[in-house]
Structure formats: structure tokens, C-alpha cells
Ligand binder design. Structure first.
Ligand code: SF4
Length: 341
């Protein structure tokens, strides 16, 4: 969690950064199902990690995806850039349908879409120097030629993320968590991507370091006109970096809204519960905490109707039987709940 006074000056990415541009990414009915074999008779079941998800992102926008662990948010991020194979559905990147692309076809697309991972240590090869880690994508994609040009570009990149030129000869274990995340960002930037999918990029970092990395991502976004999908379980982190936020529960979005619309007027009971648990600087402004009963159910055997009905304090009869459809509350704010249908 990030404290308000440490965070980004509230010049965060306002709606005008996202307006007037076409969708850079469009996801339609995306599913990621894992087959399971159950017991002696080998009964086949499916873990529905991502279950028919659709959304789009405009160029220059930051789309935050939030939810408890196991809700499918990280799987969704990886399925978009095909680090995980989607089971069904379509993903359009700049109008090009990429969900069915082979590995070879994805090689070119990966220049446009890069991932930054949660654990900066696990995602950096401990046997490679920072120079080699950042140089690798430059060489794979033939973006710099010869040692001199590659070295020059590597130094530019590490400086751009706030490290010093002498750091390039060091190894990942010689850096702090925040510095390692900066190296992961430099590696992602090496191929000059347009879309960065950041999967819990600050979750493993201390609070003060979180705000530094978020500030860096914010600066880079403006300077390089990047688009982000920012996956996190922490609503306060997502609030400070996102233009729009989607709340996921058991493989589906339950509410998607422009940041202020969703945070000031959360409509889905799950969003309301998540937001009621976020610490706020002024305790007098605190709303009553909504405690959800039980844990998130298994995606192998999700509840019927509305998947949230087993924990919802406002559950009605219809909720156990019928899957709620999308209701548009106002432009830029939609919810999936029978209270509004
Ligand atoms: Fe709760 Fe029913 Fe809305 Fe689901 S559809 S969130 S169970 S009120």
C-alpha cells in the first residue's frame, strides 16, 4: 500500500491522455481454461482462470486491473501477450488479431508489447550482468549493431530508469528490489514498446520504494507515450496510476470504470467491499468497512449465477440462478450485477 503523501503528484493520467485516440488493444471473449483430471475415473473438469473477458484500451491510457489473488488478473495479462495460450477469444493489437499467432509471428508483436513482472529478482537471470540483460532484447530484435552501439544504448536505458552507467557491469544480486525493478523496466523499454503489461510491478517492494517506481513509470509513460495495463491487488496503487480500472472476480470483470467514477461511486458490492478496506489518510472520512464472508471460491467449481453470490451481502434469489449482464451506468462506467439490471 502506498501512502498518499508519498505518491505521485496528482497530475496522474487524466482522461484527456486517453481521449481522441483509437484502441491500441481490444480483447474479445477471451478465455483461459485449464483442463483437470479428477479422481480414479479421470473425470475432466476446467479451471476457468479467465472466463469470457472483453475490454479495450486506448493508446496512451493506463488500465488498472485489480482483484484478490486467484481472480485471474495475472493470467489475463499473460494471455494477452501469449505467455499463456488463450483457450478461446480474440486479441487485437493495433487492429491485428494476435491470439492465434504462432511463436514466430509473436516475435514481432513482442516488440510492441512488453511485460514487467512482479518479482524483479526471479525475472532477471542471476548469471547475467545488467549490460547483458538489457542488451539481450536489443540483439534478439536487431535494434542495435556492434558492441559500441549496444553498449551506448544499454547505458542510455539504465540511466533513463534512474541508475548509473557503472551499474551495467554488476549482477542482479548486487541491487535492491527497487533497483531490480528499474532494471526490469529498462529491459522492457529496450525494444521501444507501445504497450507495457505490468504484473504487480510494485507488490514486492517497500512502501517508499513503491512510490518511486510508480513515479518512474508515470514519467516514462508521458515521455514515451506508453500505454499500460497495470495489474495489482492493491486498490490504492491502482488508483494513483490508472485512468480506468477494471475489478475482477473469479475470472470476470464485475465493474469497469473511469478512475474517479469507480472510486467515488463504486456500484458492485465486491468493489464496495474492496474499497471499504483501503486505508484513508483522514479517519473522519472513513466509510463503514464491509467484511466479506469466506474465501474466494474455487475457479474449478465456481458458484452458479453471479459468481460472487456466495459472499455478497446483497444477494437476491435471482443472483444464484442467472449470470448478470453488463449494465452501463453512465458513459465510462459499467457493472455486472442484478441490482442494476
Ligand atoms: Fe450481489 Fe446479486 Fe449483484 Fe451478484 S448480482 S453482486 S450476488 S447483488
Amino acid at each position: 500500500m502506498v501512502m498518499a503523501d508519498e505518491i505521485l503528484k496528482e497530475e496522474t493520467l487524466t482522461a484527456d491522455t486517453a481521449s481522441g485516440n483509437d484502441a491500441i488493444l481490444k480483447v474479445e471473449n477471451l478465455k483461459v481454461y485449464y483442463k483437470t483430471h479428477n479422481g480414479m475415473f479421470g473425470k475432466v473438469g476446467y479451471v476457468k482462470a479467465v472466463d469470457d473477458v472483453s475490454f479495450e484500451i486506448k493508446k496512451g491510457e493506463v488500465f488498472g486491473i485489480v482483484g484478490e489473488s486467484g481472480c485471474g488478473k495475472s493470467t489475463l495479462g499473460k494471455a494477452i501477450c501469449k505467455l499463456i495460450e488463450p483457450t478461446e477469444g480474440r486479441v487485437y493489437f493495433k487492429g491485428e488479431e494476435i491470439a492465434g499467432y504462432s511463436r514466430a509471428q509473436m516475435r514481432n508483436i513482442r516488440k510492441g508489447i512488453q511485460m514487467v513482472f512482479q518479482d524483479p529478482y526471479a525475472s532477471l537471470n542471476p548469471r547475467m550482468s545488467i549490460r547483458d540483460i538489457v542488451a539481450e532484447p536489443l540483439m534478439i530484435h536487431d535494434l542495435a549493431k556492434g558492441k559500441e552501439e549496444i553498449d551506448k544504448r544499454v547505458v542510455e536505458l539504465v540511466r533513463r530508469v534512474g541508475l548509473d552507467a557503472y551499474h551495467v557491469n554488476r549482477y542482479p544480486h548486487e541491487f535492491s528490489g527497487g533497483q531490480r525493478q528499474r532494471i526490469g523496466i529498462a529491459r522492457a523499454l529496450a525494444v521501444e514498446p507501445e504497450l507495457i503489461i505490468a504484473d504487480e510491478p510494485v507488490s514486492a517492494l517497500d512502501v517508499s520504494i513503491q512510490s518511486q517506481v510508480l513515479n518512474l513509470m508515470n514519467e516514462l509513460k508521458k515521455e514515451l507515450n506508453l500505454t499500460y495495463i497495470f495489474v495489482a491487488h492493491d486498490l490504492s496503487v491502482v488508483e494513483h496510476i490508472s485512468d480506468r480500472v477494471g475489478v475482477m472476480y473469479l475470472g470476470n470483470f464485475v465493474e469497469i470504470g473511469e478512475k474517479r467514477k469507480l472510486y467515488d461511486n463504486p456500484c458492485h458490492p465486491y468493489t464496495q467491499a474492496l474499497l471499504s478496506a483501503v486505508p484513508i489518510p483522514d479517519p473522519r472520512a472513513r466509510k463503514e468497512r464491509i467484511i466479506l464472508e469466506g474465501n474466494i471460491p474455487s475457479a474449478l467449481n465456481p458458484p452458479s449465477g453471479c459468481k460472487f453470490h456466495t459472499r455478497c451481502p446483497k444477494c437476491m434469489g435471482i443472483c444464484k440462478e442467472k449470470v448478470p449482464k453488463k449494465t452501463i451506468l453512465e458513459e465510462g462506467h459499467e457493472v455486472y450485477c442484478h441490482l442494476y439490471g
